[in-house]
Ligand binder design. Structure first.
Ligand code: TRP
Length: 462
């Protein structure tokens, strides 16, 4: 887990905020190179700062092809502003045409937090899903399911276990010999969550994006690795030109690729499979296709790098027809963490660090009044030196959650920096905006209560 001193761990209470380094060390891509259609405030403000393969999702969106969004919730504790930020992103992706799947991690929370399935169900519905409805998620293109009820997810998680080992789990998660097995199994079930929307009965092969905080990247690294290790075809730019497809011979694919249990080649079977590959690729309009069964490759000299996604998609489909899983590695986007009210990490187990969606308005006001401030020690100093909005919680919360208008936000930033706006005034602005936001949410929650049931998938209704 350690990587030159930089740790990312989904269960840690400490958090690195050196985002430039995170991008570099974990091989993420910066969102600044992407052309994002109708960016939300989280994109405009650089809060969603990195991604893996999100360009593939945007490309599909642009071409009017299907894509999906997946996220999950732990049915424990209360919903807070950090959680709502994820729903903001889901809503935005939904508005771009993505279908939405949400996993209630009830197996995970029962195994790792001792929450019974029935208690998890109550919490998921009354706390989380009720707010999802209030926040404006569309029930028509959203499906929320419980891990405990969806055997396809469990089955996939179990099967994918074959593609990893204890050593890899140790290096990704920092597990060791005394790690409880529930903690080892949970990420595999979660891989099942992330990948299963691509199964034929859940919408079929399409890019799926998982919007997460950067602490969740280990799960995505694991899941992407599992998907690619299960693939029968690897597509990469060819050394000389075009694309090269390498057949991956594993226990599942060997027979189909004409390799028997003793490693002997069945030429006829091999020829038959290569022919299928060639036929599949020719449907994309490629005429220059050369198979090299000795090397286990097929090359497409006329293909461009930008054809990769199209080639991958048809080959995944073929893989599935031939008996493989045919799973695309999931895409992901990463957002920065909103700081906790105290200036430390926001955590639902420490109520003083966060605003809950169900907090009363006077509680919210009190919390913001006491929040960590970027103001100077005295009024005179503040006027003279100005405050620091980058560490001021009230300003940060306006930026992350409550102020939609970029111009108004910019004015707050400048005013604070120049000393014109005082720390107490910034807090009051935040309180006013937060109260307005929460009041509206409460009203919406009542208005949309009748929709909650409509979010539940068929296999998860009572
Ligand atoms: N493990 C996640 C959490 O602690 C919940 C979760 C389960 C999840 N499955 C998921 C998140 C799939 C993203 C994608 O909150």
């Amino acid at each position: 887990m350690m990587n030159d001193g930089l740790t990312i761990n989904p269960w840690s209470s400490q958090q690195s905020t050196d985002y430039g380094r995170i991008i570099e060390q974990f091989g993420l891509q910066s969102t600044s190179d992407l052309e994002i259609p109708s960016p939300s405030k989280l994109h405009r403000r650089g809060i969603v700062f990195a991604h893996r393969d999100f360009d593939v999702v945007l490309q599909s969106q642009k071409c009017g092809e299907d894509f999906g969004v997946l996220t999950g919730l732990m049915p424990s504790g209360k919903m807070h502003m950090g959680h709502s930020m994820v729903i903001d992103q889901v809503k935005w992706l939904q508005s771009l045409g993505g279908d939405v799947t949400i996993a209630v991690a009830d197996l995970e929370s029962s195994a790792t937090r001792g929450i019974s399935l029935s208690e998890g169900r109550r919490t998921a519905i009354n706390e989380y899903i009720s707010y999802y409805a209030a926040l404006g998620l569309e029930p028509e293109s959203t499906e929320i399911y419980f891990q405990s009820r969806r055997s396809e997810v469990q089955k996939l998680g179990f099967l994918l276990g074959k593609k990893t080992n204890i050593g890899e789990m140790e290096s990704i998660y920092g597990f060791n010999g005394s790690t409880n097995m529930a903690h080892v199994q949970a990420p595999l079930v979660q891989a099942g969550d992330i990948l299963h929307p691509q199964l034929d009965e859940f919408g079929g092969i399409r890019p799926i994006v998982v919007p997460v905080g950067v602490d969740q990247d280990p799960h995505l690294r694991l899941t992407r690795g599992l998907a690619s290790k299960s693939n029968w075809f690897n597509i990469a730019p060819d050394k000389s030109r075009g694309l090269s497809i390498t057949l991956s011979i594993n226990e599942e694919s060997a027979q189909c690729f004409g390799v028997d249990a003793h490693g002997r080649i069945n030429r006829e079977k091999q020829r038959e499979t290569y022919l299928k590959i060639e036929q599949t690729l020719s449907t994309l309009g490629f005429s220059d296709i050369s198979s090299n069964p000795k090397q286990g490759t097929v090359s497409l000299p006329g293909a461009k790098k930008t054809d990769t996604h199209m080639v991958r998609k048809v080959l995944l489909k073929l893989e599935r027809e031939l008996g493989g899983l045919g799973l695309m590695a999931p895409a992901s986007t990463y957002h920065r963490f909103a700081v906790g009210l105290t200036g430390d990490k926001m955590s639902s187990s420490k109520p003083k660090t966060t605003l809950f969606l169900g907090d009363d308005l006077d509680v919210t006001a009190k919390k913001i009044k006491k929040s960590f401030s970027g103001g100077q020690a005295t009024l005179e100093e503040h006027r003279r030196l100005g405050g620091n909005p980058d560490i001021d919680v009230a300003y940060q919360y306006l930026m992350y959650f409550f102020e939609e208008d970029d111009k108004a936000l910019q004015e707050l930033y400048q005013g604070y920096k120049s000393g014109k706006i005082l720390a107490g005034e910034m807090k009051q602005t935040c309180i006013d905006k937060a109260s307005e936001w929460l009041k509206e949410l409460k009203e919406k929650k009542d208005e949309t209560a009748h929709l909650v049931e409509a979010f539940l998938s068929k296999d998860s209704k009572d």
